[in-house]
Ligand binder design. Structure first.
Ligand code: GLY
Length: 377
């Protein structure tokens, strides 16, 4: 066993047990919901509020993580219920978007990969076809936005394209993979800066893919460094490396990881919302840290023995900081990880709140450290 894993075995096992204990209880009381956040400690329900919301796959994904890690059938039934509820989103086809990867690859996609059910296969293929249909062959990118924003591409898109790598294998048809790789190549050139920081939004010329302008997006300002965007890049690029074997994707993930680790080491391994923003107000985003930890673990799994521990050690420091300071293990609060932030300039209601993908990525990181090797993305 790896030395760092060995040294942190108690932390990993006890955190997994706490996840299981709390999620058994919460999944029972939230079994008819698709949560995004909590209000007065109680999960809200996006099935009523906005069924097409981009985060609506994370609850099912979280249930599948717990199912794979425990084999408890209760988690399976809650995941399947959420997957069925999500079908209503397909009826709103015209408001769906590029985040169909986030929505279906870890819900119906995991169900299909585990059990091979036809309905789950169709849902996942339908989502992959929607994502592929957004590809611009002249610009070599998948458009992120709907409406007039034909050339807008966000770094978050890197987390949607594993759905396309899967679709290529499933259909034995490399067109999906070509789209994913062309998109990743474009984003590598347009979003990842030389110093390892990342643009959130780039407007590309739809005729040739050239950069027109960049935007700060969910970060502080143009040219700043939105921490969750860095996390999407770390995890997204290492995933593209895992699916394609293209070394430049691993190098990109490592470059952003180095920048991320350098920044969080200054703030106790919990990310500020933007690494290039004023010291006050102190705004943090635990979700960025949790997602980055997943990417760092996959980088550690992808590099040689003598560089592994840089990434694994940072991931564990992040997870320990999150667990010590921001996890709520009581039964009074439906969420686990607090202090997530939607965006630097968002409304007060989106600052320092629990967000479902915080719980999801925190659990996924611990699931990985436990030695579960099924890759969800
Ligand atoms: N994908 C949108 C976000 O990270 O908030």
């Amino acid at each position: 066993m790896n030395k760092i894993i060995e040294e942190n075995k108690d932390f990993i096992n006890s955190t997994w047990d706490k996840l299981d204990k709390k999620l058994k209880l919460v999944s029972e009381r939230s079994k008819n919901k698709i949560p995004y956040t909590t209000r007065d400690g109680v999960h809200n329900n996006m099935a009523d509020e906005d069924i097409t919301w981009w985060t609506n796959g994370f609850w099912a994904g979280l249930m599948w993580l717990m199912y794979v890690g425990t084999k408890d059938e209760h988690y399976k039934s809650v995941a399947e219920r959420a997957e069925e509820m999500l079908d209503k989103a397909f009826e709103k086809y015209d408001t769906l978007h590029h985040d169909v990867g986030f929505m279906w690859y870890i819900s119906s996609g995991v169900n299909y990969r585990l059990f091979g059910g036809e309905k789950s296969r169709l849902r996942t293929i339908y989502a992959a076809n929607m994502l592929a249909s957004r590809y611009n062959p002249a610009g070599k990118f998948i458009r992120s936005w709907n409406g007039d924003h034909v050339g807008w591409v966000i770094i978050d898109s890197m987390m949607n394209i594993p759905l396309l790598y899967w679709a290529s294998k499933e259909h034995n048809d490399n067109r999906y993979k070509y789209i994913a790789e062309n998109h990743a190549d474009t984003v590598l050139g347009t979003h990842i800066r030389a110093d390892g920081s990342v643009n959130h939004i780039v407007n590309l010329n739809p005729e040739n893919g050239e950069v027109i302008e960049t935007f700060g997006g969910q970060g502080y300002e143009v040219g700043s460094s939105w921490s969750r965007g860095q996390s999407w890049a770390i995890y997204g690029f290492v995933l593209s490396y895992i699916h394609t074997g293209k070394r430049e994707y691993l190098d990109a993930a490592k470059r952003v990881a180095h920048y991320f680790i350098a920044n969080v080491s200054e703030t106790g391994y919990v990310s500020r919302v933007d690494f290039r923003s004023p010291d006050e107000p102190v705004l943090i985003d635990t979700t960025a840290s949790a997602c980055a930890a997943c990417g760092l673990i996959e980088i550690a799994n992808s590099v040689g023995e003598y560089e592994k521990n840089l990434y694994l050690g940072a991931a564990i420091k992040i997870l320990k900081a999150l667990e010590e300071k921001y996890c709520d293990w009581t039964d009074k609060e439906d969420s686990i990880l607090g202090m997530g932030t939607e965006a630097y300039n968002c409304h007060e209601s989106g600052r320092h709140v629990p967000i479902i993908y915080g719980d999801y990525y925190f659990a996924e990181a611990i699931y990985k450290l436990k030695g579960n090797d099924m890759l969800f993305w």
